[in-house]
Design a protein around this ligand. Structure first.
Ligand code: ADP
Length: 570
């Protein structure tokens, strides 16, 4: 199957903004959970750096002239060397925050207590670096996928298990104490079974690379859950074919989506367009009066100030580009919704860092501003919210296809008029009766969550990513069906989070969107969003047809309740 790719270039709207290039303070955050303030003025450290460098060079010259040994240091020289190092670290942080964060997080781990003399190797896993004994790399590699067996603890492992059970060794510290992620998971798992008196048989331990999730995806692992991955497709979208991986345990889902893909393919394919691409974060700040809160609102929304705010915001990452700021007032509280493009990352960390930079900057002009929280729910992340439905969040995509009347009859086993009527009464009217928010569809969440799980997306973002309105209309004198899905907030990335794990990365690779797009940063994640929308289109077509034809219960009985003997599947 050919997989072709077409980079998409979204238009990036500009909004409101700000002035005064006096960023005398600077700060950044590693994430919501790990704040890393760098609150000393750039001017001070620049001056300090050059002053002490000049002083030390001068002293060096004097010592050479007077033949004084260089290692004999006065108190002032020692202080100057320390100041030089401190200002150098600060300046490095200013120009390369990401680097400094990874440097600091490396040393913020517990001091490794090495238990033997094995050769130590330095491993870097994304943003987290650990030391592991060489042999642990081998033992943590997959051995057998057939029979996941928990290995019995060895003699010294037995002591470790007992220490965890007794509480002498905290379970969370096993990775740092042992320097061996697989062994840590194995000890923790055994201790857990003893503490709870419950067996974890069936939850595999072996066959997973635990160091790949350390400090990045999951804490205190004791195994992993297996979810089967099925393939729907080929999905013919914008002239390219995609085999869509779906991780699910719902029988019928992949088969149904596959049928939708077949109908789209037979009708010449679907077309998908990216409308917008911007991740959002909205802190809540409080003032002593509503009047003062409005002053900040007007300041932020003044186009004259935007360029300065952009410079401050964009320091968070070379991929973060501020697009706009939207404010909402509730009394003396101000909710500031920042929107920015984030390259191929889903972007929550990136946008949060940029927001933190701006908040620190604003503190100069609004020193009484009380930052209540970097997220004030006007963002709005992982909750159903009208703001995402109306304004969009992540990627906003529209996808359409014209399904040939004959295909509707032969592949979907229904009629154009039945589909149009059902869509009007179910997806539009029925959802209105239910007071739905973004739920004007049959089962977009089914397809979105299955693709999210397969490709390492944040499954909780399925909430807003599944917002979708499905439209169906008879065209060509009623012979054919025009079907479309409009999805304003698909939140996906191809770098960061779970996307770098082996299985998820393989699924991204299948779609041709693995990792960062070097030539056109952002194209991979944008293409992934259009594939999600195309797959939703296929899923909508098929389920709606099954309901229209009265086949829903029948087909679920076939795929969900069928005999284990696959030969009986007909
Ligand atoms: P998120 O912001 O989605 O939570 P991360 O915090 O992991 O994800 O950020 C993504 C990381 O990947 C950043 O450190 C960024 O510099 C890096 N990166 C490399 N290439 C790209 C790219 N093409 N687009 C976005 N980020 C990229």
């Amino acid at each position: 199957m050919d997989v072709c790719r077409r980079p998409l270039k979204p238009s990036i709207p500009h909004n409101h903004h700000q002035k005064r290039p006096t960023p005398s303070s600077d700060a950044a955050k590693a994430s919501d959970a790990l704040p890393l303030p760098l609150n000393i003025t750039n001017c001070f450290f620049f001056t300090l750096f050059f002053f002490v460098a000049y002083y030390l060079l001068d002293r060096w010259r004097d010592k050479i002239r007077t033949s004084t040994p260089l290692h004999i240091l006065t108190f002032y020289e020692l202080a100057a060397i320390l100041s030089l190092i401190a200002s150098f670290i600060y300046l490095l942080g200013f120009f390369g925050i990401d680097f400094v964060q990874s440097f600091i997080s490396r040393y913020s781990h517990d001091v490794w207590e090495l238990e033997n003399d094995e050769e130590q190797i330095f491993i870097r896993d994304g943003d987290c670096s650990i030391h592991c004994p060489a042999s642990s790399l081998i033992t943590s590699k997959p051995k057998s996928m057939d029979i996941p067996v928990t290995p019995l603890p060895l003699k010294d492992d037995e002591e470790l298990v007992k220490s965890v059970v007794s509480g002498d060794i905290p379970s969370y510290s096993l990775e740092s104490k042992l320097g061996d992620c697989f062994k840590a998971a194995s000890i923790r798992r055994e201790a857990l079974q003893r503490l709870t008196g419950r067996s974890l048989e069936g939850l595999p331990l072996e066959g997973f690379d635990y160091k790949s999730i350390l400090g990045q995806c999951c804490e205190m692992p004791v195994g992993y859950v297996q979810i089967p991955v099925g393939i729907a497709g080929p999905l013919l979208l914008n002239g390219c074919e995609y085999s869509v991986p779906m991780a699910t345990t719902e029988g019928c889902l992949v088969a149904s989506t596959n049928r939708g893909c077949k109908a789209i393919f037979a009708s010449g394919g679907a077309t998908s367009v990216l409308l917008r691409d911007g991740m959002t974060r909205a802190p809540v700040v409080r003032f002593a009066s509503a009047k003062r809160a409005t002053e900040l609102k007007f300041f932020l929304e003044d186009p004259l100030n935007f360029d300065t705010l952009t410079v401050v915001f964009n320091k968070s990452s070379r991929y973060a580009r501020l697009q706009g700021i939207q404010c909402a007032i509730a009394g003396k509280n101000l909710y500031i919704r920042f929107s920015c493009s984030t390259g191929d990352a889903m972007g929550m960390n990136m946008v949060s860092k940029g927001v933190q930079n701006v908040l620190d900057f604003l503190q100069n002009d609004f020193p009484e501003m009380d930052v209540i929280g970097i997220s004030g729910n006007f963002c709005s992340d992982k909750k159903p919210a009208a703001v995402n439905w109306i304004e969009g969040r992540g990627k906003s995509v529209v996808c359409e296809a014209v399904i040939n009347g004959e295909v509707v009859a032969k592949v979907l086993k229904t009629t154009v008029s039945a589909l149009v009527e059902l869509n009007m009464l179910k997806n539009l009217t029925g959802s209105a009766v239910a007071g739905s928010l973004g739920g004007f569809n049959a089962h977009a969440a089914n397809i979105v969550s299955a693709i999210f799980l397969a490709t390492g997306q944040d499954p909780a973002q399925n909430v807003e990513s599944s917002h979708c309105i499905t439209m169906m209309e008879a065209v060509n004198n009623g012979r054919d069906l025009h079907v479309s899905v409009t999805m304003p907030s698909i939140e996906v990335g191809t770098v960061g989070g779970g996307t770098q794990l082996a299985s998820q990365s393989a699924c991204l690779n299948l779609l041709g969107v693995k990792g960062a797009n070097k030539e056109s940063p952002g194209s991979n994640s944008q293409l992934l969003a259009t594939i999600v929308a195309g797959s939703v289109l296929a899923g909508e077509l098929s389920l709606m047809s099954a309901i229209a034809a009265g086949q829903l219960v029948k087909s679920h009985m076939k795929y969900n309740r069928s005999s284990r003997d696959v030969t009986k599947l007909g």
